[in-house]
Design a protein around this ligand. Structure first.
Ligand SMILES: *[C@@H]1O[C@H](CO)[C@@H](O)[C@H](O)[C@H]1NC(C)=O
Ligand SMILES: *[C@@H]1O[C@H](CO)[C@@H](O)[C@H](O)[C@H]1NC(C)=O
Ligand SMILES: *[C@@H]1O[C@H](CO)[C@@H](O)[C@H](O)[C@H]1NC(C)=O
Ligand SMILES: *[C@@H]1O[C@H](CO)[C@@H](O)[C@H](O)[C@H]1NC(C)=O
Ligand SMILES: *[C@@H]1O[C@H](CO)[C@@H](O)[C@H](O)[C@H]1NC(C)=O
Ligand SMILES: *[C@@H]1O[C@H](CO)[C@@H](O)[C@H](O)[C@H]1NC(C)=O
Ligand SMILES: *[C@@H]1O[C@H](CO)[C@@H](O)[C@H](O)[C@H]1NC(C)=O
Length: 833
């Protein structure tokens, strides 16, 4: 392109050339001021009448040197095509190419020349003015804005529309702006403007200044991690831009980002240790880095190791000696090792125990190896030291627990089996003698008879086992020599001990000493039995009574009744006014002893029932011996102000079934030390099915006298009496079982009661006469009543042998008619032949 433009210039000039007459050289263009970097062609043409006379056309550069026509150079010459002339070509102007260029030639013998001045200029150029610059906080910083231009431009700064001038914060330099003691507030866009006054050139550059803060690591404490677990440690650092992190293990100088079990989060500083190992315990370095700087901190990572018990040996030691139970454990920090007897909740304390100075706990620590020992020393061993002991090894990382056993050896002892009762044999039955010594190690046992060791071949004996237990079976076959004392000798390495066991011949019990009547009603008798004289005989299991009414002459068809030894000896369902004959015998495992003929007895007449027994729950009134209290001056206190629940025990019916109960109560006042009744109620009845009655509508803080009678066909019992004082004031809020009755209802109840009494009286008449349907109903009713009694219901069916086997004594209650055990079972049994 440069070449064609040169040609164009040449043709334009051609027309002017011929006007000249004197030979000269004409240069075009005449004056040149060109920007550096542009290209330029200077044409030099001879101006003469005969241009052919002009020879040796050439260009001389500003230093007086001839310019070659070598095209590859930045400055070269070229001939003008088609006519005389020479072109000087600048491919790209440089600043130092400015100056005077001369075109010269020969004309005839003359040298002619012509010069042209080339001036260059340079546009404003940002030479060193990066668009983003990063000062560091706290330091001084030069914001660079180096411009180049020829003529030299001036620069000027401004931030946020305000011109920056030199002051104590800024120093405006020729090609930079010094910011002193950079702070984060110095962030921003700085406008650098360059101006050339002579040419009016102006250029602006926006320089973004981002202040950087070197990282600062948040101080870290020693960190503890647990062996086998995954741990995370975070190194955090502040800085701008946010720093990146590196973790180094100091001992090995490893970069943990490149190791397997470790995981380094470059951007957050987190170090994750997978499956922490014992040897990870070390110093580590966290390095935080950003363009503004690099900082590091060292941190200790402690590896905590849960305790492990690696040795706890069971020990065996003889009594009265000393033993040590040693528990060896590992862990970091070295664990604390203690012991606990498994039967006790409290572990032993270090040193001697407060309650037992024989037992001393010692602890040994080997901190570097992470080991510790617990040593439990027991002196003067006793049998109770035997047992399981738990070794407890604990540190902050966890605990380990293992049981170890201390076995105390001791010589045979019969402590638990001393004073054994004799063994009995009868009718040639084998005697079975058991020897059960306690011993560790197990004892071996031999038996002696008349101070001679019993040979296993002896046909009169059989020995089963020789330790730790042994049974000697004696086959006496009624040979009295064998009913004697035997010796069991037990021995182990620590000693020998002997116990003696008697084998005795068993016989049936002797005759009973005495039988007395303790209590009698129209239908029941309670006996007391004095046991036979042979006290060192076999234990008595039961007593049997045989009894027959006088009308029955033969004992063969007598009734039998058997009581367990110790039960209340009560006979029931006897017939009033009948005379009975009794005989008694005792029974043991061998059999029944001889009968004792007792006195015959005539049962009392049927009569009105016995007096019922009122039950009191008030502890203030309860008699020491007996909680049925019927006494003049005792006053029981009701919990309630308006009602009282009267409860009683069924009395003996004295041969005729109880039909109902009669209740009456009066207000009672003590006048001059004497009780007087006022305002008595009518007597009213309660059905025989119940043994309680709730008195309602009582007045608060009032004493009542209550009378209770039982009624049968023969009449009323004597009245049982109590005095009850109702509670004061308002009734406490206690749920009442039955809803309170309205007064109308009470009237109704009273009327009904009176009617009931009338009907009862009516029925009674029929019953006494034993005639008619009503009599049958009455009999049926009476029978029903009996059936309700659980005792009679079972009586006839229960086999007699149950009595003989039931040797256990049970607490019983006797109300004069029936016998109840507390568990509801019946002890007295009855069976007819
Ligand atoms: C830099 O500035 C900070 C507050 O911005 C000041 O505490 C500190 O002394 C200054 N440093 C110098 C060298 O002036
Ligand atoms: C110690 O005795 C206990 C209980 O008898 C048992 O479980 C444990 O295995 C024994 N230890 C050793 C080391 O024999
Ligand atoms: C033998 O046993 C008895 C208890 O039956 C005991 O008192 C005594 O100390 C024991 N003798 C020896 C030598 O162990
Ligand atoms: C002897 O009595 C023991 C228990 O006292 C019993 O285990 C054993 O079987 C009895 N031996 C014979 C032969 O009856
Ligand atoms: C001791 O006797 C018991 C009960 O027969 C048995 O279990 C135990 O193994 C014996 N011990 C030795 C050491 O023989
Ligand atoms: C017991 O009898 C066996 C053979 O039955 C015999 O070998 C042994 O010597 C006898 N023991 C004694 C002490 O007589
Ligand atoms: C009553 O006792 C006699 C003599 O002991 C006996 O023969 C009879 O079988 C017994 N009757 C009942 C029912 O047990």
């Amino acid at each position: 392109m440069a070449f064609y433009s040169v040609c164009f210039v040449y043709f334009v000039c051609l027309t002017v050339v011929f006007a000249q007459e004197k030979p000269s050289l004409e240069i075009q263009p005449k004056a040149i001021n060109k920007e550096v970097g542009s290209s330029l062609a200077l044409t030099c043409r001879p101006k003469a009448e005969n241009p052919k006379m002009v020879t040796q056309l050439e260009w001389i550069d500003q230093f007086g040197k001839r310019v070659d026509s070598i095209r590859s150079q930045s400055l070269y010459t070229s001939a003008l095509p088609g006519e005389p002339g020479i072109v000087l070509i600048f491919t790209s102007l440089t600043e130092n190419q400015g100056g005077s260029y001369t075109c010269q030639a020969n004309y005839a013998s003359e040298t002619i020349q012509s010069s042209v001045s080339v001036t260059t200029y340079v546009d404003i150029n940002f030479v060193d003015a990066p668009l983003s610059q990063y000062p560091i906080v706290g330091q001084d910083f030069n914001v660079k804005c180096k411009v180049h231009g020829n003529p030299s431009p001036m620069i000027d700064w401004n931030k946020n529309g305000e011109t920056i001038i030199t002051n104590n914060k800024f120093v405006v330099g020729t090609d930079e702006l010094l910011i002193k003691n950079v702070t984060e507030a110095d962030d921003g866009v700085y406008k650098c403007t360059a101006v050339v006054l002579s040419t009016g050139q102006i250029k602006t550059r926006d320089i973004k200044v981002e202040v950087q803060v070197p990282p600062k690591i948040v101080p870290m404490n020693t960190i503890s991690v647990v062996e086998g677990e995954t741990a995370s440690v975070t190194c955090s650092a502040h800085g701008k831009p946010p720093p990146t992190f590196t973790w180094i293990k100091e001992k090995t100088r490893e970069d943990l980002a490149r190791t397997d079990r470790f995981d380094v989060k470059k951007n957050t500083g987190e170090l994750i240790i997978n499956r922490v190992e014992f040897n990870d315990d070390s110093m580590y370095k966290c390095i935080a880095e950003n363009p503004a700087g690099r900082t590091s901190t060292a941190v200790k990572i402690n590896v905590r190791v849960k305790p492990k018990i690696y040795e706890l040996l069971n020990v065996t030691a003889p009594i009265k000696t000393e033993t040590k139970l040693i528990c060896k454990s590992q862990g970091r920090p070295a664990p604390k090792v203690t012991f606990r007897k498994v039967t006790s909740r409290e572990p032993f304390r270090v040193g001697p125990q407060l309650t037992d100075k024989r037992i001393v706990l010692e602890q040994q620590y080997f901190e570097e190896k992470g080991e510790s020992f617990g040593i439990l020393t027991i002196k003067d061993l006793v049998r109770s030291d035997d047992g399981l002991y738990e070794c407890i090894s604990e540190n902050i990382a966890g605990g380990a627990y293992t049981n170890g056993h201390i076995t105390i050896e001791f010589p045979p002892s019969f402590e638990r089996f001393k004073d054994l009762p004799p063994v009995w044999s009868w009718n040639g039955r084998p005697g079975n003698l058991s020897c059960l010594p306690e011993a560790i190690p197990n004892a071996t046992i031999i038996w002696k008879f008349n101070n001679i060791v019993i040979d296993r071949n002896n046909s009169n004996f059989k020995i089963i086992g020789n330790g730790p237990v042994s049974n000697l079976i004696v086959l006496p076959f009624n040979d009295v020599r064998f009913y004697t004392q035997y010796e069991c000798t037990a021995s182990n390495k620590l000693g020998v001990n002997t116990t003696k066991i008697f084998l005795k011949q068993g016989f049936v019990p002797q005759i009973i000493n005495q039988v007395r009547v303790e209590r009698i009603t129209a239908t029941t008798i309670k006996f007391s039995i004095v046991q036979p004289n042979d006290f060192d005989g076999m234990p008595i299991r039961s007593y049997t009574v045989r009894y027959r009414p006088e009308t029955q002459l033969n004992w063969d068809y007598a009734f039998n009744h058997t009581w367990s030894n110790g039960a209340p000896y009560i006979l029931e369902n006897l017939i009033p006014e009948a005379t009975y004959h009794f005989r008694f015998a005792a029974k043991n495992d061998v059999g029944m002893g001889p009968f004792l003929d007792a006195q015959s007895l005539t049962m009392p007449r049927r009569s009105e029932p016995a007096e019922p027994k009122i039950l009191l729950e008030d502890h203030n009134v309860r008699d020491q011996k007996d909680n049925y209290v019927n006494r003049e001056d005792r006053i029981t206190v009701s919990q309630y102000a308006d009602h009282y629940e009267l409860r009683w025990n069924v009395p003996n019916d004295n041969g005729d079934p109880i039909q109902h109960y009669l209740i009456r109560y009066c207000e009672a006042n003590k006048v001059n030390g004497v009780w007087r009744d006022t305002e008595c109620t009518e007597q009213f009845t309660q059905s025989v099915q119940y043994t309680s009655y709730q008195l309602n509508h009582l007045r608060p803080d009032t004493t009542y006298k209550i009378e209770l009678r039982a009624h049968n066909a023969i009449g009323d019992s004597s009245p049982a009496q109590i005095k009850v004082k109702t509670a004061r004031g308002l009734d406490p809020v206690v749920p009442v079982k039955s809803p309170t009755m309205s007064s109308a209802l009470i009237v109704g109840v009273v009327v009904a009661a009176v009617l009931l009494i009338l009907i009862m009286v009516d029925i009674t008449c029929y019953c006494v006469n034993r005639t008619g349907i009503l009599a049958c109903m009455c009999a049926g009713k009476a029978k029903n009543h009996d059936d309700e009694d659980p005792k009679l219901g079972r009586d006839e069916r229960e086999p007699l042998k149950n009595d003989l086997t039931d040797e256990k004594q049970t607490s019983v209650e006797y109300d004069g008619k029936h016998v109840y055990t507390k568990s509801g079972e019946i002890i007295g049994k009855h069976s007819a032949v």
